[in-house]
Ligand binder design. Structure first.
Ligand SMILES: Cc1ncc(COP(=O)(O)O)c(C=O)c1O
Length: 468
C-alpha cells in the first residue's frame, strides 16, 4: 500500500456506506440516539478536541469542570463519587485491581471474567481463585456462578471481583454473593442502564459493594471507549483516585468526557426511555417466537440467574439448520449486524437508540431467513464448556517469563505464558500460568475451524502459543 492510502479510515467509511443496521455496541447506534446538544456540538468536534477548558472560577483547570460533571453523575446514581474514564471499563477494572490487590493477594472471581481483569492480575501479581459458572448445555452457554459454589470458594480471599451482569445480560444473586470484610468490586460493563428502569435488574450499587465500573458506551449514548465508575464506600474513594491517576492518560480525550456528560444528561432528562423500549422489545420477542424454527433464550430452569436484562436478545436457529455463525452470515446478507455469534446462537444488543423501523427490519430479516431454510436440524452445535486448567504460576509470573513459541498441537502439559481469548466475547480459555491440556487444544482448534478470532497471542494465526 502507498503512504497516501488510509485503510482504516476507508474501512470505517465503507461500513457507514453499506447502511448496515447495527445491533451491536456502541449504544448510540451510529449517532441515532445521542443527546441533542451533543449532536449539535458534533460538527465542531475538531475545534472541541482540546487539552484545556476554562472554569468560571479557577480558569485553566479542567479538573474543576470534570469534577462538577462527575458530581452530577454521582448524584444520578447515588454514588459517593463517580469518575469519568477514557480508556473504557478496562481502565476502571485495572484501577480497582491496583487499588485493592497486591502481590499474592487472592481474589475470588468467575471464570467467565473479561480479559481486562487478567490484565489487572498481571499488573498486581494477585492470584485468581476461579469459580466456574453454571452451564446451559442445550444453548452451549455459560450463565452465572451460583451462590453456594461462590461462597464455598470464598474462604480466606482478600477481595471479590463480581461480573454483574455477564455479557448476555444475566445477573447472579449479587445480594448474597457480596462477601463480608473484603472489597467487593464489580464489573458492570453491561449494566450502565440498570439504574433507569424498575423493569431492569437492580443496579449493582443497590447492594453492599465497594465500586462498580460500567461501559457507558456499550448501551447508553457516549462514544466508544468512554466509561464511568461509581464508588459506594467513602473510604475507597482516595485509593481509587490514586490508582486511576497512574494509569489514566495525562492527555484525556475531552470529546469522550463531553460525550459522557451528555449521556448522563440524556438519561436524567428522559427517565422513561428504557421503560418504553422494554415494552417494544417484549412485543418484538413475542413476534419472533411465532417464527417457526427460531428460539429465544429465556430464564426458565435457571435458578442461578436472579434477573436478566430484557434488552439482550439471544436467538438460536439450529432448528433451521443454521449454527450461530451461519445465522450471523444470513443476517449480514440482509443488512443486519448482531453483536456476537457463538456456536449455537446469535446475540443482539437493543438500546433506546433503535427505532421501531429497525426492530421491524430485524423481524423481517429473521422471517425471511426462516422461510428460505430447509429446516434440517443443525448437527454443528457443539457445546463449549470452560476447561478446568491447573494454575502452576500466577498470571504475572507467567506473563513476565520468557517462554518459547510452540505449535499449539505440541503444548499439552506445558504452561502458557499468554492468554487464549476467543473474541468476542473476550473471555479467556487459557490464562497465563495455566497448564495446557489436550482438551483445551481441541477446543481452540474447534473454534478456529469455525473461523472464530482468537486473540491474546503473539502468533496472530493462533497456531502457536508461548509456553514454558
Ligand atoms: C464483561 C466485560 N467487562 C469489561 C469489558 C471491557 O470494557 P471496555 O471495552 O469498555 O474496556 C468488556 C468488553 O467487552 C466486557 O464485556
Amino acid at each position: 500500500m502507498r503512504q497516501n492510502e488510509t485503510p482504516f479510515l476507508d474501512a470505517v467509511l465503507n461500513y457507514i456506506k453499506k447502511g448496515i443496521i447495527p445491533f451491536h455496541t456502541p449504544g448510540h447506534i451510529q449517532g441515532r440516539g445521542v443527546n441533542r446538544k451533543f449532536l449539535e456540538f458534533w460538527p465542531k468536534a475538531l475545534a472541541g478536541d482540546l487539552a484545556e477548558v476554562e472554569h468560571p472560577k479557577s480558569h485553566h483547570d479542567y479538573d474543576a469542570v470534570r469534577k462538577e460533571a462527575e458530581d452530577l453523575l454521582a448524584e444520578l446514581y447515588g454514588a459517593k463519587r463517580s469518575f469519568f474514564l477514557c480508556n473504557g471499563t478496562t481502565e476502571g477494572i485495572q484501577a480497582l485491581c491496583l487499588a485493592f490487590l497486591k502481590e499474592n493477594s487472592t481474589v475470588l472471581l468467575p471464570r467467565n471474567a473479561h480479559r481486562s481483569i487478567v490484565g489487572g492480575l498481571i499488573l498486581t501479581g494477585a492470584k485468581p481463585r476461579w469459580v466456574y459458572p453454571r452451564v446451559d448445555q442445550s444453548w452451549g452457554m455459560a450463565t452465572v456462578v451460583d451462590t453456594e459454589t461462590w461462597l464455598e470458594e470464598s474462604r480466606g480471599v482478600d477481595a471479590a471481583f463480581h461480573l454483574y451482569p455477564n455479557y448476555f445480560g444475566m445477573c447472579q444473586d449479587l445480594e448474597n454473593q457480596v462477601l463480608d470484610n473484603v472489597p467487593n468490586l464489580v464489573d458492570e460493563a453491561h449494566g450502565p442502564h440498570f439504574q433507569f428502569s424498575d423493569r431492569l435488574p437492580p443496579c449493582a450499587l443497590e447492594y453492599n459493594i465497594t465500586a462498580a465500573v460500567q461501559s457507558t458506551h456499550k448501551i447508553l449514548s457516549s462514544l466508544t471507549q468512554s466509561s464511568w465508575m461509581h464508588v459506594k464506600i467513602e473510604t475507597a474513594v482516595l485509593k481509587i483516585e490514586k490508582a486511576l491517576s497512574i494509569i489514566e492518560s495525562t492527555s484525556p480525550n475531552f470529546l469522550l468526557w463531553a460525550s459522557l456528560d451528555a449521556a448522563r444528561a440524556l438519561e436524567a432528562e428522559n427517565p422513561k426511555r428504557f421503560d418504553d423500549l422494554i415494552e417494544r422489545v417484549n412485543n418484538l420477542k413475542a413476534e419472533i417466537k411465532q417464527i417457526e424454527g427460531l428460539k429465544i433464550f429465556e430464564l426458565d430452569g435457571h435458578e442461578e440467574i436472579k434477573a436478566i436484562d430484557p434488552l439482550k436478545l439471544i436467538i438460536s436457529a439450529t432448528d433451521l439448520g443454521l449454527n450461530g455463525f451461519e445465522l450471523k452470515d444470513e443476517l449480514r446478507l440482509r443488512g443486519i449486524m448482531p453483536e456476537l455469534a457463538e456456536t449455537g446462537w446469535v446475540l443482539f444488543i437493543i438500546t433506546p437508540s433503535h427505532q421501531k423501523q429497525e426492530l421491524d427490519s430485524l423481524k423481517q430479516a429473521l422471517e425471511d431467513i426462516a422461510r428460505g431454510m430447509n429446516k434440517v436440524k443443525s448437527s454443528n452445535h457443539k457445546f463449549t464448556d470452560y476447561p478446568r486448567l491447573k494454575a502452576r504460576l500466577t498470571p504475572k509470573e507467567a506473563f513476565f517469563s520468557a517462554g518459547e513459541s510452540k505449535d499449539l498441537t505440541k503444548t499439552n502439559g506445558l504452561i502458557a505464558t499468554e492468554m487464549v481469548v476467543p473474541y468476542p466475547p473476550g473471555i479467556p480459555l487459557v490464562m497465563p500460568g495455566e497448564e495446557i491440556t489436550k482438551e483445551v487444544i481441541e477446543l481452540i482448534q474447534y473454534y478456529q475451524s469455525l473461523g472464530w478470532f482468537i486473540r491474546g497471542l503473539e502468533d496472530k494465526t493462533a497456531k502457536k502459543i508461548r509456553v514454558l
